[in-house]
Design a protein. Structure first.
Length: 396
């Protein structure tokens, strides 16, 4: 049976050989194409692409936390993409299950065609409801391993280059993570104490930092005064609850981030591969840099960008909000949370947040990300409009 992980469990040993070795000069990396990406909540990046003869109209997440490349099952059904059942099992934060494949397909990215790709097929309905827009697939290792990818968060543009010698921007820093199917970075964290450990670099995670519960408990990294709150999250396979707190510092290369929002994850399937890896760095932190992701050379280049000094999101509401059948619905209210105290209910349809009546789930989520803020909401409850006064709290 074959396995694919969205947080990979594989490691490649380093082998050293004695003797002289003559290395051929590395060719220059060549520019291939440039195109925009959009950022959703948590910094998740979505690009337009096509598969087979479908034009570049499908929405794909750029995800270094995916050990393959994948398509949504509903997209395959809509466009009559032929699937084949397999014994391959995919494991992610939401669970584990067998997946079919769309074999020997091509990916079209704004003039770049990548041939002979095997897409595993998964149900991304939850992701579509999170972002309020259809998510058709995830671009992971099978793509990143073939190219050099530049991500500019100042302009929201992607540039793709062929593998080879490339000059990185001035004023940055090169990380040299270990690679399985996913990049694994040795970094320093500090809260109750200071320590170094391995963490994945995961551009598909819409959060700053995540630690597995077992790592947090065994390392005793958290200050005893920390009182994590319960929050709703989404993973491959569906919705799940995590705890949310902060830690004093995350140091990535020479760059220090203080008071970093941190998710604590009960890793029942050990997708973080503890005790070797403690968790992951997500894109809500990584987006503070312009990135050059160079899998062929096993390098990540970081350049602080215009967002480098932007504050993190410390607001907490206890709401789970999803776009369902054209409506923005409350599907979860954590007991004792600000949302619960404001008398919001599961099944309420959100009409407005503050003075925003845009019916845009991303806009509403952004407006709920200010801590210690009194926010007026209008919801439809059983056919009646109800005014709600919600006060967010600060997890810091």
């Amino acid at each position: 049976m074959r396995f694919i992980y969205h947080i990979s469990l594989l490691f490649l040993p380093l082998v050293y050989c004695q003797g002289q070795e003559i290395l051929a000069p590395q060719p220059e990396a060549k520019f291939i194409t440039r195109f925009p990406f959009r950022q959703y909540s948590g910094g998740v990046m979505v690009v337009k692409a096509g598969v087979a003869n479908i034009p570049d109209t499908l929405n794909f997440i750029l995800d270094t936390g995916s050990g393959g490349i994948s398509l949504d099952s509903a997209t395959c059904e809509e466009f009559h993409i032929k699937l084949k059942a397999t014994d391959t099992t995919i494991t992610g934060m939401g669970g584990t299950h067998k997946v079919p494949f769309a074999f020997d397909q091509k990916l079209n990215l704004h003039g770049l065609t990548v041939n002979h790709l095997n897409f595993h097929v998964n149900d991304y309905g939850v992701l579509s409801s999170v972002y309020g827009e259809k998510i058709d697939g995830i671009i992971g290792y099978n793509f990143f391993s073939r190219y050099i990818v530049k991500l500019d968060f100042d302009s929201n543009m992607v540039e793709i280059y062929s593998p080879g010698k490339i000059r990185y921007p001035d004023g940055g820093f090169i990380l040299r993570p270990a690679f399985s199917a996913l990049p694994i970075q040795w970094l320093q964290i500090k809260d109750k104490r200071k320590m170094n450990f391995n963490f994945y670099l995961d551009t598909g995670a819409g959060l700053c930092f995540l630690m597995s519960d077992r790592f947090a408990e065994d390392s005793s990294i958290l200050l005893s005064r920390r009182k994590p709150v319960i929050t709703q999250a989404e993973g491959m396979g569906g919705k799940l609850q995590m705890r949310l707190t902060v830690i004093k510092e995350v140091k990535l290369g020479p760059y220090r981030f203080r008071d970093v929002p941190t998710y604590l994850y009960k890793d029942e399937y050990n997708v973080t591969s503890y005790p070797y890896i403690g968790g992951l760095v997500g894109n809500d932190l990584l987006r503070h840099f312009n990135l050059v992701i160079n899998y062929p050379s096993h390098e990540f280049h970081l350049t602080p960008n215009a967002h480098f000094k932007e504050p993190f999101d410390y607001a907490y509401t206890g709401l789970g909000v999803y776009f369902i059948n054209g409506k923005i619905m409350i599907t979860d209210v954590i007991e004792g949370s600000p949302a619960d105290k404001a008398n919001l209910k599961v099944g309420d349809e959100i009409y407005s947040v503050g003075t925003n009546f845009s019916h845009n789930i991303q806009a509403y989520k952004n407006l709920l990300q200010t801590p210690d803020e009194d926010i007026k909401m209008i919801v439809n409850r059983d056919g009646k409009l109800v005014i709600i006064n919600l006060r967010t709290i600060n997890i810091d």
